[in-house]
Structures are given as C-alpha cells and as structure tokens.
Design a binder for this molecule. Structure first.
Ligand code: BES
Ligand code: MN
Ligand code: ZN
Length: 531
C-alpha cells in the first residue's frame, strides 16, 4: 500500500473514504476537532446528527459510516471510536485503523484519507495508523478460486494521512511512517508463511524464505541439512526429525553492523520454533487439534520477519543472530518413540515420555547453539504449549525468564509495540515434573503447570545467559477478525522483537564504548556472586 503524509490544515484530503477517528465526547458540542467540524458543515450538520441518532459515542470498537452524496470531496465518511482520551494507547488507534482498512476493502474503495488525531505522541500515532491500515488490508485468499478470478477487483491501494491541524511534516514523522510500513509488511510476510498449508511451507521452503529475507535485508544466511545437524550433535533435533520424510533445515541468519567496533559487540540471539507440521508424532494428536498445527512454525516466522526489519531499517549497533531448527513432527516406522533416550548437543540425556512435546527438544539444541555465540541475551518465540493458551487465552503471550531486567525490557517493548504479554513464573517447585528415572530429565511432565514445565525444560539449555521465552501458542492465531487481525495467522511477536532491538540500540548509543567480551565478564561476575 502507498502512504503519504500531508500537513495539518483543514484543507480537504483526497481519497474515496474519509476516516475521522474521535475520542469520546468529541462528537457533540464544541469539542469537535476541526476535521469533523469541517466535514459536518459541508453536510449541513447532518453527519453529527446522524451519528448521534445511530448511537455512535466514539467508544472503542464503535464506528459510523455515511455516504456523502457528493457533498464532500470524499464519497463516504467513516467515524471511528477511540474511547476515553485519558486511557489512549497507540494500539487503540492501530486496531481502529485496521477496522477502517477492512471497511474500505468491503466497500471496494481503493484510496482513503485518514485524519490523524491530535495527541502528544505524533510519531507513535502515525506509526500506529500505518501499521493498522497495512495489517488490516491483509488477506490470505490465494487458494480460493473465486478470489483468483476476482484478481482485477479493487483493493485498497493508497492512504493519505492528514496530520492534526497545526502540525507540520517532519523527518521524524517520515521515519515513523516508513518504519511502520516496513514492520507491517514484514508481519504480513510472516502471516503468509504461517497461513500457507504445511504441504507448501516445508522445512526446505522455510529455509528458502529465510534466504530470501536475508538477501533483501543484507543479512548473512547459513543453511544446513541433516549432515550439519548430525555434525553439531543435535541429538534432540535429530530425534524429532527422523520420523518425517521432509528434509530438516538448520537456519542461521546474521545481521552485522557496518562499523567494525559495533560488529565486535556481543550479539542479541533470537530463536524461533519451526515445526512446519506437528502431528504429535507417535503420541498422535486428535484430529481437531491437528488441523491447526501448520501454525507450529509461527515463532520462526516472527523471528524472520523481525530480522527483515532489523537488517533493512533498524540497523542496530550490535549484531543480531537468528537460530532456527526447522522440521516436521511425524509418526512413522522411523519416528522417535516414547521411551527413547536422546542426547542433546549440550550432553544432557532426555527420556522421551511424549513425542508431542517436540518443540522443547528442537529448541533446547537451538538454545545451546545460540549460547555458544556468547550473546548478550537470548529471546525465543515458540508456539510451545496448549497449557499457555488455557492460562492466557488467544491474545496474550506468556513471558518466562529469571533475569528480571531482561524480562521487563521485553515486556516494556511489547507494551510499546501494542502486543499484550504477561509474565509467568519459572518455579523450581515444578522441577520434579521433569525428573526421569533413567535419564537426566524427561521431555514431558505432568499436566499441571504445563507451560511452566516447558519453560523449565528450555532453561536447562540456557545456562547463565539472560534469556526470555515467549510462548505464543495462543496469539499466533486469531480465532476471529479483530481490529487489524484476520482469522488465522497474526505474526505475533515480530513487532515486539523490532521494538526491543530499537530500544537496545538506543541504550548502546548512550554508552558507545563496547566492553571486551561482555558476556564472559558478566558470566564471571555472576559465578562469583553465586559462590
Ligand atoms: N505445538 C504444540 C502446542 C500448541 C498447542 C501450539 C495449541 C498451538 C496451539 C506443542 O508441540 C504441543 O503439542 N504441546 C503439548 C505438550 C504436552 C505434550 C506436554 C501440549 O500443549 O499439549
Ligand atoms: Mn507437539
Ligand atoms: Zn509443537
């Protein structure tokens, strides 16, 4: 979609659909913002009258659509509710802009004019509008014959964002617009990867997508096959992949800053779960649960999407690595079995008690591998447990980790990106759940505290590195259309990762000298205090 920014005067803005977001109380009396007052007087005061009559009060989720019958440069006007101004967050506007985009699509409108509301956060608000619109126009209909025949049909193509009265265009606002567009495009790209069926997005195809992303964003890409996985002694990853006829792929993307000094800083490591289909293996899933399991690579899609923006736009002054182990989890004559004992890359042995707890096995080896690159922190994204969905539902990510500062920095980034996350504990009280009689641990414990048990398992492969585990089993898929979300893949987590990297980049900028081997130093300090 094409976006342009125009300065904030009351002049008409071209676009078939004029969108005016409003806070509660702004519809009536003198509180009306200038763009609403202008549109209303062109319609002889009938816009506000009709909206009032229809019960529109600018509450969150409310909207009101009116045809202007040629009285305005825009064919239709859409009022969007933003709710209480005191409770405003850019996410409210992102969701509202998403609804506007969906309305425009239904009306077969190709251009819209969007009146950016006046707030004290112009950059965040412009970015939220751009993201909401671009995410909102997303559709996944390439396998519908009707949609294919309909190819020539209009799709929302351009949006003109009119700044609030009195505010001028600026470099900062252009940057905010561009970042929002790049983030939303990357999220839509991730959504495509997740929505594509599992016979299309195989581990090999996922690796190709990673390679393409790397090429676009100037990243280095190393892709390995079964041989490489064997060479690296990733016994848990191998265990999961042996039942599948699809070749596994080991994916390593690296962003390196141009400045040689920056390139020497400790990297940030991102790890994403990439089970392109999770049948459960021999511990087979029931049919109802299985049909959604193409989603089981959503963590890696979000990591790849974030890498696109990190390399292409954010370009932080420290390296960022992505580690992804892609494979299927299938039942077959060669599949791993309950009772098998696997040896992890770290040397730990794991008794398999449930082949459906496969994600933690692949991720465990990925975390070990990531840790060997001495990162400043590791963030993993995984559709890991149904238990986390039971706890937090379809829209909230579960966040785990022992390092308060790092966990809080992720939660803060999520808040600012408009993704809801909630910290859950990793308590040693649950540790008995993973105790095995025959090996160092078992891969699946008792049912209670299932999301915590999975996080505890991962923790065994992290060591002392600051680490945050994000369980996105719920939010990776939306059960219905909501705001800028469609039913289906959401791209959950990508926006938070981008925001986190931006924040860490800003932190580095205030303390420019890279310390020698910061992780080793931190490890030594931690070891000292532990003794
Ligand atoms: N991929 C699933 C988790 C999942 C469930 C993702 C629902 C998205 C939606 C994971 O591999 C799994 O099967 N987890 C098991 C763990 C259990 C066997 C310990 C689960 O949650 O039931
Ligand atoms: Mn599973
Ligand atoms: Zn899984």
């Amino acid at each position: 979609m094409q976006f342009s920014l125009v300065s904030g005067d009351a002049a008409p803005v071209s676009g078939e659909l004029l969108v005016i977001p409003l806070f509660e109380g702004e519809l009536v009396g003198d509180a009306a913002p200038a763009p609403l007052a202008t549109a209303d007087s062109a319609l002889d005061g009938k816009l506000r009258a009709a909206a009032t009559q229809e019960g529109f009060k600018a509450k969150v989720d409310q909207s009101f659509l009116l045809h202007t019958l040629g009285r305005l440069g825009n064919e239709r006007v859409l009022l969007l509710g933003l709710g209480n101004r005191a409770r405003f967050q850019p996410e409210v506007l992102r969701l509202a802009a998403g609804r506007a985009a969906k309305t425009a699509q239904r009306l077969k409108v190709t251009s819209i004019a969007f009146r950016v509301p006046a707030t004290d956060r112009a950059e965040d608000v412009v970015r939220a509008v751009v993201e909401g619109l671009e995410l909102g126009v997303y559709r996944f209909d390439k396998y519908k014959s009707a949609a294919r025949e309909d190819k020539g049909s209009p799709k929302l193509k351009s949006a003109t964002l009119a700044l609030p009265p009195g505010s001028e265009k600026s470099r900062a606002l252009d940057d905010a617009l561009n970042l929002g567009l790049k983030v939303a495009e990357a999220v839509n790209w991730a959504r495509d990867l997740v929505n594509e069926p599992p016979n299309v997005v195989t581990p090999v195809r996922l690796a190709q997508a990673a390679q393409q992303a790397a090429k676009e964003a100037g990243l280095q890409a190393e892709i390995g096959g079964r041989k490489e996985i064997e060479r690296l002694n990733m016994g848990m990853f191998l265990g999961v992949t042996v039942g599948s006829a699809q070749e596994p792929r080991l994916i390593h993307l690296v962003y390196t800053p141009k400045n040689a000094k920056d390139a020497k800083r400790a990297p940030l490591a991102l790890v994403g779960k990439a089970i392109t289909f999770d049948s459960g293996g021999l511990s087979l899933k029931p049919t109802e649960g299985m049909v959604e399991m193409k989603t089981d690579m959503a963590g890696s899609a979000a990591v790849l999407a974030a890498m696109k923006v990190i390399g292409g736009v954010v370009k932080p002054p420290f390296p960022v690595h992505a580690f992804i182990g892609a494979c299927e989890n299938m039942p077959s004559g060669t599949a791993y079995k309950p009772g098998d004992i696997l040896t992890a890359r770290s040397g730990k042995t794991v008794e398999i008690t449930n082949t459906d707890a496969e994600g933690r096995l692949v991720l465990g080896d990925m975390l070990t591998w990531a840790g060997e690159h001495e990162p400043s922190a590791i963030i993993d994204l995984a559709t890991l447990t149904g238990a986390c969905m039971v706890a937090l539902g379809n829209y909230i990510v579960g966040a785990f980790g022992d390092d308060d500062a790092t966990v809080n920095s992720v939660l803060d980034a999520a808040k600012s990106a408009g993704e809801e996350m909630w910290r859950l504990p990793i308590s040693d009280m649950q540790k008995d759940a993973l105790r095995s009689d025959v090996a160092d641990m078992k891969n699946s414990g008792e049912r209670w505290g299932g999301a915590i048990n999975a996080a505890l398992f991962l923790k065994e492969f992290v060591g002392d590195i600051p680490w945050v585990h994000l369980d996105i089993a719920g939010p990776s898929n939306s059960p219905k259309e909501r705001g800028y979300l469609n039913k289906g893949a959401t791209g959950s987590g990508a926006r938070t990762l981008v925001e986190l990297v931006r924040r860490r980049a800003a932190d580095v900028a205030t303390q420019p000298e890279p310390k020698a081997e910061p992780v080793k130093a931190a490890k030594r300090a931690k070891a000292k205090t532990a003794r």
